[in-house]
Each structure stands twice: as C-alpha cells, then as structure tokens.
Design a protein around this ligand. Structure first.
Ligand SMILES: [Zn+2]
Length: 235
C-alpha cells in the first residue's frame, strides 16, 4: 500500500528490513526511487502505481547496494538513473548484487538489477536536487524535494539501522560526518525525511535522526562502542 507523505510523494514499506519504495510525481510522470523488495511486492507496487494513473517515466537508485538497484518489467523500459559515480561502479557490482538478491528475497527479476545510467546534469525527469556524498556507498545521493518539504535520504537517517560505513574505502568517519552536515543543511528545508529503511520522520523527529547518527559516529570517533538501540553490526 502506498502512503502519501507529502504532495506527490508516496511510500510503500516492505517487511524486508523495513525497506521503503518511494514514488515521486515529477513534471513528466512518476519516478520510482529504490523500488523493492521481493517479486510480489514489486508486483503490488506496480498495481499501486497503476492506480495512480500516471505513467512511470524513470527510476532512481540512491546507491549501488543490491536492495536499491531493483526493478520490475511492469514499471516499464524507462531510464533508471543514479549519480555518475554510482552508475560507473554499478556494472562491477551487478553480479554480486544479483547473487545477494537471489539469496535474500524471492521473485526478484534478477536480469533487471543494477541497470542504471548517470542522471543528466539538469536532473532529467527526476524532480528536486541531489545531495551527493561519500558516506555508506560510492556515489550515494539523497533527493531533496524542497518544494514538497521532503528529503529522500537513502541509507542514512534511519530509525531502525545504525549508520553503516563503507568498509572498502578510507576515511569513512570523515565522509560520514561530512554527509551528515550536508543532509543537515538539506533537512532545514524539509518537514519530512524518508529513509531507505525504517519509518518516515516528520517534524522534530528529523533533527532527532540527525542527532542519533551524529552521536553514533562521534562514539566511533572517540573509539567507544556506540550505545544505540538500532540494528546493525554494533547495534
Ligand atoms: Zn545500502
């Protein structure tokens, strides 16, 4: 079921790690952000989208982890975008993403995983602006829909998962802090934050999410074990 969280922004949550599929109405039609997770859910999302009666014109993947690279033929053969850095790296991780999808969930169309291209500089059909950063994964981007007061955060600012650093790259604490600064600036323009996993944050909850992630990274910075009830490697 799609829940409308703002004008022209709908969210459907999966039972799989509380993953959020997001539907955004742009000028030309709908953009599906990180649709997932399993085949039956993708199919139900297609039903939900059909009911909106607006064509799907594009997809957007916030980053190159398998659960954010999914698609279904019923969404149509439309461009699926990501940041240039994410799109460049997606080819190399595609096979692994397909294997992880196959073992993590059922009915995912494996051949459609990870087929993303760089978002054009003018944003093409994707409304708002990207907030790109180096935390969590290469070329990770949030989508700031300032006119709707919504930030689509990807795998940041979750209430169910602790911040997860990219183990393959150096200086991830710096990268994470810089990303939180950028997201904090963007969040000043919104009332609603939709994380990739977990519940939608509204009002004062937005600042609380930022504070929780900052506290977690701060503890790591001090060499302490973070005290955090959220799920994760240290949670
Ligand atoms: Zn991720």
């Amino acid at each position: 079921m799609l829940n409308q969280v703002a004008d022209g922004v709908w969210v459907r949550q999966s039972e799989w790690v509380w993953s959020n599929s997001i539907v955004v109405r742009g000028e030309d039609g709908l953009v599906l952000v990180d649709p997932g997770i399993d085949g039956s859910e993708l199919n139900e999302l297609a039903d939900d989208v059909d009911r909106l009666g607006i064509p799907v014109v594009a997809g957007f993947a916030t980053h190159l982890h398998w659960d954010h690279l999914l698609w279904h033929s019923r969404f149509g053969d439309v461009p699926r975008y990501a940041t240039a850095a994410c799109a460049d790296a997606a080819g190399a991780v595609r096979e692994r993403a397909q294997a992880m999808a196959a073992e993590s969930a059922s009915g995912i169309p494996l051949e459609l995983i990870g087929l993303v291209t760089p978002l054009p500089a003018d944003g093409g059909p994707v409304p708002g602006e990207l907030v790109e950063h180096e935390a969590h994964a290469i070329g990770h981007a949030a989508v700031l829909l300032a006119d709707r007061g919504v930030l689509l955060a990807g795998d940041m600012l979750s209430d169910v998962l602790v911040p997860m650093l990219d183990p393959r790259r150096p200086n991830q604490l710096d990268a994470y802090e810089a990303a939180l600064d950028r997201l904090g600036e963007a969040a000043q323009q919104v009332d609603v934050v939709v994380p990739g996993h977990g519940s939608v944050a509204e009002g004062s909850e937005v600042a609380a999410r930022l504070a929780a992630d900052r506290a977690y990274i701060g503890a790591l910075r001090r060499g302490e074990e973070p005290v955090d009830a959220r799920w994760g490697p240290r949670g």
